[in-house]
Design a protein. Structure first.
Lengths: 297, 592
């Protein structure tokens, strides 16, 4: 039972990071139909900023702020430079463009920083753990869970109460009509990218605080998982992204913890097969996006 | 059956064969280094064509195809590996496999069949997903297969290198494989299945409405493309002699997709153009990768030069030509464009078994809104019925239910004795109900004739499809536009093409949703003559929605009036004009 609870904490912490990443993907996808492969590089950028700030001996809170801001700025620049020229193209064109952006950035990191993994200096407290009741939780896990909850509450408030958030939701349902209502396309799209950069930055801080290292391909695997989480939840649906992220986190952690040793090698295939099984039952995801239902014939 | 005329197909295939043979011949003259580059090029091109067969024709990008390439590579290698090598490197193989030692060709046959069987099962699952969800699911397939190969050590040597494979892929073997792939890909594109799939890529809902079962066509293309990938994998394995699971993962997926997309996903010409471009760029950049001297200045080694080169080419291609270098058409389709329409003369395709359309208690609820409430109607064969009502009264929703686009919340409908409830659109259109759409839904990148032909091929068992298509084009007076792309026509002509396309389905009943919208008076009059001709000559019943009451009054035998989802009146045009409920619905209640 203790082991189960312990693993549940791990699952919430990992699932929360996936949820933040999947949310970032979903915000952009719901508005412009882009599956952004370069989302992972936003994470990597934030990771490198953390590394350099650590080397410069800055306070950790300031490092976090700088890292997250760097990722926001990078996301907005990415949209301005790479995605604006292809904005109205097909989904395949957008996706391939983002793949190319991701590749360019990876090669830049490899050449300008290092091919190898670099250590990140983190405050001592992150690697400590606290005893609550019968079991031990790492501070970094608690931080991850708290940060996820705070971000989700913030996002919910932003999307429901803020003008920019409401504009984004309107644009996600019907971009053409939203523009006719006076919502500026450039502002909404730039805002969506900024938001996705913010989410990627926070996710990067959480990711790095578990691993204390950063490498040029750091963002690739988590974002790959986030894609799958976003599909699992229902592509373009924000609540779906959160649900998919947590479900995927639970599947991964429980498989790692409870699958018999001789099956461990097949952990990833089994986990993905479970996801596919869910999708076969619900092809539009756990919580489908509203735009799917509204298609006019 | 091939839907394109011989004067397109013959030059296309001849040029493909000539291209491969000439390139291979040139490489033998240039020496072993050129031969190696070209062999890899041929094998890559097979894979690019394989991905193109599915992604190009269906419009669904796939990241998972390299898993089929991996299956082909491992399956053939396990069959061709000498028994002595197997005993040493893979001691835990089952006996039957350990003792098998086949030649390359029989091994390829076995591997292709095996891969096709796996692809069939996977395709049945992935076929349930659509658009971007399907794309990401193929990404999942890639990771799953990669994981299985790494985990299944006894058979695959896990993440280690699988070595000792006989190097039997010579330049000419690769060239032969490439010719096969070029022919298969080009013929599939213009086969009946390929044409249907391309129609569904252009507009999935319209494709369903003319009898195309999109899932089935996608599955066919998926399995066929998997066999090409298996062939490519088998050849690369027997070229390299040693390979690891990494060979069939993200880096190569990206490189092959880059070739396909830079060249143009939807054509074979594009696949070749993309493969040539990327191969040349890669070869040039590779020479720079390890650093070089220029005018005595040493340029240091730059990591990932080829990667960044490919990435930049993709970005340039996407910014400048989002459809790829070769665009949406094969080279010979540009060179020999227009297809002449045969005069079919007096052959008309009259409805032989006439049937009455009956609908009982049709109701459609969207959440709390009841768009159509308990509407019943009957339509006799050859009758023209008008369906009118203010905006938002449920006319289009009723048509959508009767054509299977929407599943009614309640109610039943039938054509003659054939109940149609719950049938998918493609079956309903095959059973005799064809329709047009309020917002035109053509297949814009297909020619006008292909738009109509694909409808004829997908209904009534595809019998006399060419004649039915040509007859429909002539009846609507658009035979002169047969060779044009449907997307380039004027609005009125597009409406006519849509009616011709519906007519080519040989329907018993035709639903027209605002056919005269955007037409001027002369065009509307001509359309009325055409529609009268359809009922008079062919016995087709027409259900017509329009806001042009003049058109409705003059054309229809009977009029149904909807208001807020209810059927409020039904009768002859004269009776409807005097009906107080109708006047109130249209003009509001009189205050006197």
């Amino acid at each position: 039972m203790d082991l189960f609870l312990q693993q549940t904490v791990n699952a919430i912490s990992l699932g929360g990071t996936y949820a933040l990443l999947a949310l970032g993907l979903a915000v952009v996808f719901s508005i412009m139909g882009l599956i952004n492969f370069a989302h992972g590089e936003l994470m990597t950028i934030a990771g490198y900023v953390l590394m350099f700030c650590g080397l410069a001996g800055m306070p950790f809170v300031l490092s976090i702020l700088l890292a997250v801001s760097a990722s926001v700025v990078a996301a907005v620049l990415m949209e301005r430079i790479a995605f604006r020229p292809v904005r109205n193209a097909s989904g395949a064109t957008l996706l391939v463009t983002s793949f190319a952006v991701s590749m360019v950035l990876q090669v830049l990191f490899q050449n300008l920083i290092s091919v190898r993994s670099q250590p990140v200096l983190l405050p001592q407290i992150l690697s400590e753990s606290v005893r609550i009741g019968g079991f031990v939780i790492g501070v970094n896990k608690i931080l991850a869970i708290v940060a996820t909850v705070v971000m989700l509450i913030f996002l919910d408030w932003f999307m429901k109460r803020q003008k920019a958030g409401i504009a984004m939701r309107a644009a996600a349902e019907d971009f053409a009509v939203a523009r006719l209502m006076g919502i500026r396309a450039n502002t909404v799209i730039a805002g969506a990218f900024a938001l996705s950069g913010l989410l990627a930055g926070v996710a990067a801080v959480l990711w790095v605080s578990q691993r204390a290292s950063v490498d040029p391909l750091m963002g690739f695997m988590p974002v790959l998982k986030a894609f799958i989480a976003a599909i699992l939840g229902g592509l373009g649906s924000l609540r779906g992204a959160v649900a998919g992220g947590f479900l995927l986190g639970f599947i991964e952690i429980y498989l790692a913890a409870f699958l018999p040793p001789e099956w461990q090698e097949f952990r990833d295939p089994i986990g993905l097969a479970l996801v596919v099984a869910v999708l076969l039952i619900r092809p539009n995801g756990l919580i489908p996006a509203p735009a799917l239902k509204a298609q006019k014939v | 059956m091939i839907t394109a005329p011989p004067r397109n197909i013959v030059p296309a295939l001849a040029a493909a064969i000539a291209f491969v043979v000439l390139a291979a011949g040139a490489a033998t003259v240039l020496g072993p280094a050129a031969e190696r580059v070209l062999t890899v090029f041929f094998v890559s091109l097979i894979a690019v064509l394989g991905i193109g067969v599915y992604s190009g024709n269906s419009g669904v990008l796939s990241f998972g195809h390299l898993s089929f390439m991996a299956m082909g590579a491992y399956a053939t290698s396990l069959l061709t590996l000498p028994a002595a090598v197997k005993a040493a490197t893979l001691p835990k193989l089952p006996d039957w496999l350990a003792s098998t030692e086949l030649g390359l060709f029989p091994a390829i046959l076995v591997a292709v069949v095996f891969t096709a069987a796996v692809a069939l099962v996977v395709g049945l699952a992935i076929g349930r997903l659509d658009g971007s969800a399907a794309t990401i699911a193929t990404l999942g397939l890639l990771i799953i297969v990669h994981g299985i190969i790494i985990g299944w050590r006894d058979v695959t040597r896990g993440s280690g290198t699988f070595f000792g494979v006989p190097r039997s892929t010579t330049l000419w073997v690769a060239a032969a494989g490439c010719i096969v792939a070029l022919i298969v890909a080009r013929l599939y594109r213009d086969s009946v299945s390929g044409l249907r799939l391309r129609a569904s890529r252009e507009n999935a809902i319209a494709a369903g409405a003319i009898g195309v079962n999109m899932r089935r066509e996608r599955l066919i293309a998926w399995v066929l493309s998997a066999t090409l990938m298996a062939l490519s994998g088998a050849l690369i394995a027997h070229f390299l002699g040693a390979f690891s699971p990494k060979k069939f993962f993200f880096v190569d997926t990206f490189q092959l997709l880059a070739m396909l997309i830079v060249g143009g996903m939807t054509t074979v010409t594009g696949a070749v153009a993309g493969a040539v471009t990327i191969t040349i760029v890669t070869e040039v950049l590779r020479r720079f990768e390890s650093g070089f001297d220029i005018f005595g200045v040493a340029v240091p080694q730059v990591f990932g030069t080829t990667q960044i080169g490919i990435a930049l080419i993709i970005l340039i291609a996407m910014f400048r030509k989002a459809d790829g270098i070769s665009g949406l058409k094969e080279w010979e389709e540009r060179l020999f464009p227009a297809q002449k329409v045969k005069a079919v003369g007096s052959r008309s395709f009259a409805v032989t078994d006439k049937a009455t359309l009956t609908a009982e208690g049709m109701t459609m609820r969207f959440g709390g809104l009841t768009a159509v409430d308990n509407v019943s109607l009957t339509m006799a064969p050859g009758e023209i019925v008008g369906l009118i009502g203010p905006n938002g009264s449920g006319k289009t929703t009723l048509l959508n239910m009767l054509s299977g686009v929407l599943v009614p919340s309640e109610g039943a409908f039938a054509l003659g004795d054939q109940p149609l409830n719950g049938l998918p659109t493609y079956k309903i259109s095959d059973l005799g109900i064809a329709r047009t759409f309020q917002n035109i839904r053509l297949f814009p990148a297909l020619s006008v004739r292909q738009n109509v032909l694909v409808a004829a091929l997908s209904t009534a068992g595809g019998k006399d499809a060419e004649d039915r298509a040509d007859a429909a084009l002539q009846r609507l007076g658009i035979a002169d536009h047969a060779g044009d792309d449907a997307g380039t026509l004027s609005y009125g002509d597009q409406r006519r093409v849509e009616i011709a396309r519906a007519l080519a389905c040989q329907p018993k009943v035709l639903f027209l949703d605002e056919p005269a919208a955007g037409m001027n008076r002369e065009e509307t009059d001509a359309l009325m003559d055409t529609l009268r001709g359809l009922t008079r000559d062919l016995g087709i019943g027409i259900l017509l929605v329009d806001h042009d009451l003049g058109l409705i009054n003059r054309l229809c035998h009977r009029i149904l009036v909807l208001n807020e989802g209810h059927l409020i009146a039904e009768g002859t045009p004269e009776a409807i004009r005097k009906n107080p409920a109708v006047i109130e619905a249209y003009l509001g209640q009189s205050s006197t």
